[in-house]
Design a binder for this molecule. Structure first.
Ligand code: MN
Ligand code: MN
Ligand code: MN
Length: 284
């Protein structure tokens, strides 16, 4: 199972079609495409999955804010054509392109290259997808300003760096409500990536549950068994179903390879057994 993946519709390297064929080749039996703030890859992924007889669940990864921090809410099993969701994602895409211009400006001000050069390279990297920081990171590599995407984040795009331009994202409550309105299940993605203390993480989960959140991503890519055990305990404490995914973006990162999240430990309710997801696949 892999319920957290990205394609070229956001900041992934593979087209939706190639993502599906890689998932099949890697032995994935249930896949969700969860691009950042867009479902643009869904029609192509769905057609490819149908041709390959792979079970595919619609998904999306919404950027949201909680107490001034960024958190990611994955929606799974929603109706991709739900008008409220479609409209909200269109508005987010507008906000994202404005933010792209602001990032290009900020990187130019930091002395990296001309604003237009940076923007042109980032747009080429995005290839029609909504601009995100990874596109700018790859643009800086292409322009010879840094040796790697990781360094680009470390020096110019990561938290507190010049290219870390804030975007007015929806709140946690708004993101969870939006997914619910569209008939999906809201999942708190990669809870350990937010670098929260245990107390803060519990507060986040309290708010997430109060908003209508229903599942926790207990495995994100390859992680320590102790980490999985802790997250499973948390899911149990809060009565949340369990989700898992690789957060796949590109083939050269083995820790985020498709299917790398492995198997869900037995004691929790798997998110794919919830009705919102079960209607999209044939598994029991
Ligand atoms: Mn990403
Ligand atoms: Mn994320
Ligand atoms: Mn992701």
């Amino acid at each position: 199972m892999d319920l957290h993946t990205h394609s070229t519709a956001s900041d992934g390297i593979l087209s939706p079609e190639l993502l599906v064929s890689r998932a099949v080749a890697r032995g994935v039996t249930l896949l969700a495409l969860t691009d950042h703030d867009t479902q643009a890859g869904w029609p192509a992924a769905r057609a490819a999955a149908q041709a390959a007889a792979l079970d595919l669940v619609p998904g999306v990864e919404l950027s949201a804010t909680w107490r001034g921090r960024g958190v990611h809410i994955v929606g799974l099993g929603q109706d991709p054509d739900h008008p409220v969701l479609v409209q909200a994602l269109a508005a987010l895409s507008q906000v994202r392109s404005e933010r792209g211009l602001a990032i290009a400006r900020a990187l130019a001000r930091a002395g990296l290259s001309g604003e237009q050069d940076i923007l042109r390279e980032a747009l080429a990297e995005a290839d029609g997808a909504a601009l995100g920081r990874p596109h700018f990171a790859r643009a800086l590599v292409r322009l010879g300003k840094v040796k790697s995407v990781n360094l680009a984040f470390k020096r110019y795009l990561g938290a507190g760096k010049p290219g870390d331009v804030k975007q007015p994202f929806p709140t946690l409550e708004q993101a969870v409500a939006l997914i619910g309105q569209a008939g999906g299940v809201a999942v708190l993605a990669h809870p350990n990536k937010y670098k929260l203390t245990r107390t803060k993480l519990r507060e986040l989960l309290t708010d997430f549950c109060a908003a209508g959140g229903a599942a926790l991503e207990v495995i994100s890519g390859r992680q320590l068994a102790t980490e999985t055990a802790e997250l499973c305990n948390l899911a149990g404490d809060f009565g949340l179903s369990a989700a898992l995914g690789s957060d796949f973006h590109q083939p050269d990162q083995p820790w985020q390879e498709l299917g790398a999240a492995g198997e869900l430990p037995g004691q929790l309710v798997p998110v794919w057994t919830l009705p919102a997801l079960a209607r999209w696949h044939n598994l029991q």
